[in-house]
Design a protein around this ligand. Structure first.
Ligand SMILES: *[C@@H]1O[C@H](CO)[C@@H](O)[C@H](O)[C@H]1NC(C)=O
Ligand SMILES: *[C@@H]1O[C@H](CO)[C@@H](O)[C@H](O)[C@H]1NC(C)=O
Ligand SMILES: *[C@@H]1O[C@H](CO)[C@@H](O)[C@H](O)[C@H]1NC(C)=O
Ligand SMILES: *[C@@H]1O[C@H](CO)[C@@H](O)[C@H](O)[C@H]1NC(C)=O
Ligand SMILES: *[C@@H]1O[C@H](CO)[C@@H](O)[C@H](O)[C@H]1NC(C)=O
Ligand SMILES: *[C@@H]1O[C@H](CO)[C@@H](O)[C@H](O)[C@H]1NC(C)=O
Ligand SMILES: [Zn+2]
Length: 487
């Protein structure tokens, strides 16, 4: 009898672990033995539901597979070597020298994005936008132009919905204000810029339903100036940026202690949004929504569409804004009210970031290309490619998503509205859920093309979300329902 209970429990637990979670259960808990970890088992399988199915990874379709197959380590290597050849790309370095400094790098990047856009039949446009940043008494010593190179691939069906990927092309040495020293910036952040450019090149000949923006921004090391300008430009123009990724330090799979992790990428996703007002924040706390910010739902989406054999990567979602003492270009997007996450390599080597190029006691310091793993960067590029393509070809997320909490009930009623801009490409919706202590959605239930549904499962015991489904089978990230208290 006990054996049966234990076996049923074990198998339902194993079945509820998404099959694309490539880390074996045992590696999360080395001492795990079937039957011993009943606590873990019950957490993953309770409550029992007579409805819904287990969530499977969203496998890339043929077009996406071909996009991913085109991401080239050789192109990424060539981009990084060229960026390094500008000597320094410090934001305060020369903007007019044709060979050395950030101006030469900016012009070369603009030319490369324009070359990519030539293959797009007019769908991709390239702009260099920016502003003059005055001296700030900190890391900007004199007025300087901050320039972002922005390639916009216009969506065919829902062009008003925008997804942004960026890397920063500025670099620094040990002293953040030294703008003449050599600052190769191969990993930080030649790697992220190379991914933006490579995906622009590969996707220019394809036709996503929503718009994708491939950006290379400046001023990151001086105070996130370029990304702040970009985020505020979108915000001030009421652009629906439905998701944003920065790739910053995605160049190496080897850590300072020699740890190699060539098939893992970290994705940093913040909890409660910084833009939520006090009422919303208090409600979120009351209903246990701390782990279901738009940024976290974006992170879960990436895990579901991009941890697979086509990217050859495992996405490790980190529940925090960023690493300690560090910042990144996703932050201004979060501050503008957008869902934004940061990709960063799994084990950093601090000898190769923000360091003057030098040898000390036989150890090479500096952010040199010899420490990059171009195959790894191309796999990170595929993770980004799978995420952006899956976002842009899914319908937008439902809006005004609420759970009806007017009266006590054993089941759960939801109401919602179509995505921003209307139900473009929407053929229906799904309710998804997971145990409150599970990291990723475990179950889904298609409910048809409706704007309300009641499911026979108590909202007290799981976290629910609602997502849109397209005719092509693509699914949007889920939206966490806030309570609809009365009426
Ligand atoms: C910024 O760029 C504009 C246009 O090229 C130029 O007129 C201006 O002098 C530049 N500002 C600085 C501080 O270099
Ligand atoms: C956006 O609008 C705010 C508020 O008006 C303004 O302070 C800021 O300079 C604007 N930023 C951009 C990039 O347009
Ligand atoms: C807080 O934000 C919500 C949603 O935007 C809005 O409905 C509500 O009026 C705001 N409350 C306050 C006190 O500003
Ligand atoms: C990650 O993914 C790769 C390729 O899909 C796989 O070989 C590897 O075992 C996975 N797990 C870890 C912990 O890297
Ligand atoms: C919420 O539930 C209450 C009571 O069950 C019901 O009267 C009300 O119509 C529901 N609200 C919506 C928007 O469906
Ligand atoms: C909850 O379910 C029980 C058992 O079916 C039923 O007796 C009770 O009326 C239900 N409560 C509500 C508020 O619907
Ligand atoms: Zn950086």
């Amino acid at each position: 009898m006990w054996l049966i209970v234990i076996l049923v429990c074990f198998f339902s637990y194993v079945a509820s672990v998404p099959t694309n979670s490539l880390v074996p259960v045992q590696s999360r808990n080395p001492s795990y033995q079937p039957g011993e970890a009943l606590f873990t088992c019950s957490a993953a399988s309770w409550p029992y539901a007579s409805i819904g199915s287990l969530i499977q990874p969203q496998v890339p379709d043929e077009e996406l597979q071909s996009i991913l197959a085109q991401v080239s380590p050789a192109n990424i290597e060539a981009t990084i070597l060229k960026l390094v050849s500008f000597g320094t790309r410090h934001t305060l370095s020369s903007q007019t020298d044709p060979a050395r400094g950030i101006g030469a790098a900016r012009d070369w990047l603009a030319s490369q994005f324009r070359q990519a856009a030539e293959a797009s039949n007019g769908q991709m446009t390239v702009e260099v936008i920016g502003y003059e940043q005055p001296a700030d008494g900190d890391r900007v010593l004199f007025p300087v132009n901050i320039s972002d190179v922005v390639a916009t691939l216009k969506g065919t069906d829902d062009p008003g919905r925008v997804y942004v990927i960026s890397g920063h092309y500025d670099t620094r040495c040990s002293d953040p204000n030294d703008y003449t020293c050599d600052a190769p910036g191969a990993d930080d952040d030649g790697s992220g810029v190379a991914i933006s450019l490579e995906l622009a090149r590969v996707m220019a000949t394809h036709h996503p339903k929503a718009t994708i923006v491939f950006a290379a921004v400046a001023g990151e090391e001086q105070n996130l100036y370029g990304s702040t300008f970009l985020a505020q430009t979108y915000q001030n123009n009421s652009v629906n940026v439905a998701g944003m990724f920065t790739n910053d330090i995605v160049g190496s799979s080897t850590g300072q202690d020699g740890t190699k992790d060539p098939y893992t990428i970290r994705l940093f996703a913040q909890g409660p949004p910084p833009t939520e007002n006090a009422t919303q924040a208090a409600t979120r706390l009351t209903v246990g929504g701390e782990n279901d910010s738009p940024a976290r739902e974006l992170g879960r989406f990436v895990h579901e569409v991009a941890s697979n054999q086509y990217t050859e990567m495992n996405v490790s979602l980190i529940y925090r804004l960023d690493r300690y003492l560090r910042g990144g270009d996703h932050r201004p997007f979060l501050n503008a009210g957008y869902a934004a996450c940061r990709f960063t390599e799994p084990n950093e080597d601090f000898r190769h970031q923000h360091q003057d190029v030098r040898i000390v006691d036989g150890v090479q310091y500096g952010d040199l290309p010899e420490f990059c793993d171009f195959g790894y960067i191309s796999r990170v590029g595929k993770v980004n490619g799978a995420s952006l393509w899956s976002l842009a070809n899914a319908p937008g997320q439902p809006t005004k998503v609420y759970v009806n909490t007017t009266a006590l009930s054993n089941d759960s009623q939801f109401v919602w509205q179509p995505p921003i801009g209307g139900a473009i490409g929407v053929t229906g919706y799904e309710v998804v859920w997971r145990p409150t202590d599970a990291p990723f959605w475990t179950h889904f239930l298609p409910v048809g093309n409706v704007l309300t549904v009641t499911v026979k499962l108590s909202k007290d015991n799981v976290i629910f979300g609602i997502r849109s489904i397209g005719a092509n089978g693509y699914k949007s990230p889920a939206v966490f329902p806030f309570p609809l208290a009365s009426g």
